[in-house]
Design a protein around this ligand. Structure first.
Ligand code: NAD
Ligand code: ZN
Length: 355
């Protein structure tokens, strides 16, 4: 479809309450003076997109159809509003898709990632599973020329990993990553690149355990046996790991993670449980003197600076993560593969061809 002539473009949208998505013709977004219109060259599917596709309880409360999905992407600036000076047409970009209000208490404190009025492009308003996406200039991230397009498309989840790993000291530390989905796998690579010593990883899915080994985890364990924490204690002279990076959201994984954490250790929790999680606060947190951190999104924009520096220095080899590449139109195949528990990131191309 010729975008500019018709004023219409192709987009992957949630049109009504209920399961599924549809490949639709949608109007090209109109941009204001401080917006940037980006031609999406590659987009990647996040676990959240699967939840929205399946129309789970969270999606039912949050998503207001019709809306175009997609919050992981890279692209080329098509045009800019008259007040935009940070980028120009032709620049390669990605974007922080969390929109902060700029005036709430946390925003004023420089903690925009936990803004009280956070909205997300691709969830609360039209996103990047389309030929073109509108992004406020404040949220555009100009890609360093050293960063390839496919890496540009996964900076959102990679930023989650970088934020979590670097939320405390990591060099020389023993680390446990619980859950080896895409973000857990990226965390293994980031932790290794930042000088962690032994990286343990737990994962229930055998394919993802194989992937964890490929991505550099030193000890990969199947937690189903219930002995993972015991083995980690044994391997650390009955001390436990210095750092827990919780990347599953699974209650059992969280409990096992705390059991394997050493006294004085750091637990950084990114995984999102769908239910309340019983914790032994006395033994696992208080008597341990543990530091527990909730991690949300990416620091704006400290995480983006760190992530770019690591990528530019060639420290993060994420190639094993990239699986299928498909056109936006063939999204059903991609979603089916991901629902089947494939660990990798699937890239979708609005114009149907990898660049
Ligand atoms: P994912 O669902 O692909 O990965 C989770 C992994 O945990 C899966 O591979 C699963 O098999 C594994 N797992 C389940 N039970 C386990 C157990 N008992 N022990 C070990 N592993 C177990 O998700 P993802 O895209 O990699 O994201 C990781 C988590 O982070 C998810 O919970 C996601 O919702 C959450 N998330 C949080 C933020 C944030 O800002 N806090 C942002 C993005 C994603
Ligand atoms: Zn705010």
């Amino acid at each position: 479809m010729s975008v500019t002539k018709s004023g219409q473009m192709n987009a992957l949208r949630k049109m009504r309450a209920g399961a599924g998505l549809s490949f639709e013709s949608a109007p090209v977004p109109a941009i204001g003076p401080t917006d940037v219109l980006v031609r999406v060259t590659a987009a990647s599917i996040c676990g959240t997109d699967l939840h929205i596709y399946g129309w789970d309880r969270w999606s039912q409360g949050r998503i207001k159809p019709p809306v175009t999905l997609g919050h992981e992407f890279s692209g080329i600036v098509e045009s800019v509003g008259e007040e935009v000076t940070a980028v120009k047409a032709g620049d390669k970009v990605s974007a922080e898709m969390h929109l902060n209000c700029g005036h709430c208490h946390q925003c004023r404190l420089g903690e925009a990632h936990i803004c009280q009025n956070l909205r997300i492009i691709g969830i609360d308003r039209d996103g990047a599973f389309a030929e073109l996406v509108k992004i406020p200039a404040s949220n555009i991230w100009k890609l360093d020329p050293a960063i390839p397009e496919h890496y540009g498309a996964i900076l959102d989840p990679l930023g989650n990993a970088v934020h979590t790993v670097l939320a405390g000291e990591i060099a020389g530390k023993t680390v446990l990553v619980t859950g080896c989905g895409p973000i857990g796998l990226m965390s293994i690579v980031v932790a290794k690149a930042c000088g962690s010593s032994t990286v343990f990883a737990t994962e229930i899915n055998p394919q993802r355990r194989a992937m964890a080994r490929k991505m550099g985890a030193d000890v990969v364990l199947d937690p189903s046996s219930g002995n993972a924490a015991k083995q980690i204690l044994a391997d650390t002279s009955n001390t436990g790991v210095d750092v827990l990076l919780e990347m599953s959201g699974n209650p059992t994984a969280i409990q096992q993670g705390f059991a394997a954490l050493r006294a004085g250790g750091r637990a950084s929790l990114l995984g999102i449980p769908t239910e309340s999680v019983p914790l032994d606060l006395v033994n696992d947190v208080i008597f341990k003197g543990a530091t527990v951190q909730g991690i949300y999104g990416r620091r704006m924009y400290g995480t983006w600076v760190q992530m770019t520096a690591l990528l530019k220095a060639g420290r993060l080899n994420l190639e094993p993560l990239f699986g299928e590449r498909t056109s936006l139109e063939k999204f059903e195949d991609a979603f089916k593969l991901l629902r089947g528990g494939l660990a990798g990131k699937i890239l979708m191309y609005p114009d149907g061809v990898p660049h």
